[in-house]
Design a protein around this ligand. Sequence first.
Ligand SMILES: [Zn+2]
Length: 361
Amino acid sequence: MVSSDTTPIAAHGGTLVSRVIAGEEHPAALDLAAALPAVTVDAQTVADLELIATGAYSPLTGFMGLADYQRVLHEMRLANGLPWSLPITLRVTDARKIRDTVALETPDGRAVALLQVREVFTHSKEEEAQLAYGTTDPKHPGVAQLYGQGHFLVAGDIRLLRRTAPTFPELALDPADTRRAFAERGWRTVVGFQTRNPVHRAHEYIQKAALETVDGLLLHPLLGPTKDDDVPAAMRYAGPREAVFHALVRKNYGCTHFIVGRDHAGVGNYYGTYDAQRIFERFAPAELGIHPICFEHTFYCQRCGGMASPKTCPHDAESHVTLSGTKVRELLRSGTLPPPEFSRPEVGQVLADGLREVVVA
Ligand SMILES: [Zn+2]
């Protein structure tokens, strides 16, 4: 395995993992996959496979076995002691065919990866839910997804056969690509901003505030269906534990800093407002290898005459321009752009056009 590290920050665990089958090996691997027993996997697993194969989940080279799984749940560490906050597992309903090497395929029958089976085990889903998500409530989207999956956990190294066609190919960068891009720009410090929402003024303000202290910014959106759908491709809504997970993944993309907002990766009222920021205190900075930068929620204040947060603005809420996501969608559907203090008009226009297309379709 060759590390393509070109930036000062090493991948988590020291080496950027690469498990993509390419070149002259590829046709034979496809033939092999066609001849092997096949296991159908869901959209989240397909996303996990690509993230493992491209090194986004370094040092993982496959799905976790019992030793890693247990220690991750109880101590937020892999069996070797390295920080890791969420289990990355393959769950199946029927484990009878599963031994040696199997082909993993999408529901429409395309083989996407080879899995070298190391271990098959079972474990209480309720315990996993309680430890990873902090709740066993089946209304929590991450817990609901877990409860809908199979009972058997299959562990082993994977190798990727096929990629999913990206929605925006020109923006789909693997960790090796972002690392190269940072190096080309001479960036030694890069802050990662993860979002599942359009960039409104509040996000822009936080990004700029962070960018003032480092060389570059990686705006890293999650694509695909998220909260309103039953397939949160890469999003698990595990709140605090997911914030640590997101930070470690951005480290693998070459970031040195990571923005953690209030309620990061939260959903409903399952987590305390600052839980996702405080959880980082449970690790020594050196063992995480990426610096969390914590932010308050921000807003435009009429009396300050600019963007601010409770840390910098002494005025009360009546002076603040804040809108709920629901209110913003309502405005956009009625053809009204949100106020410019909330969203840049050009951003509002793209969203309004997008919503119109959905309604027409
Ligand atoms: Zn103010």
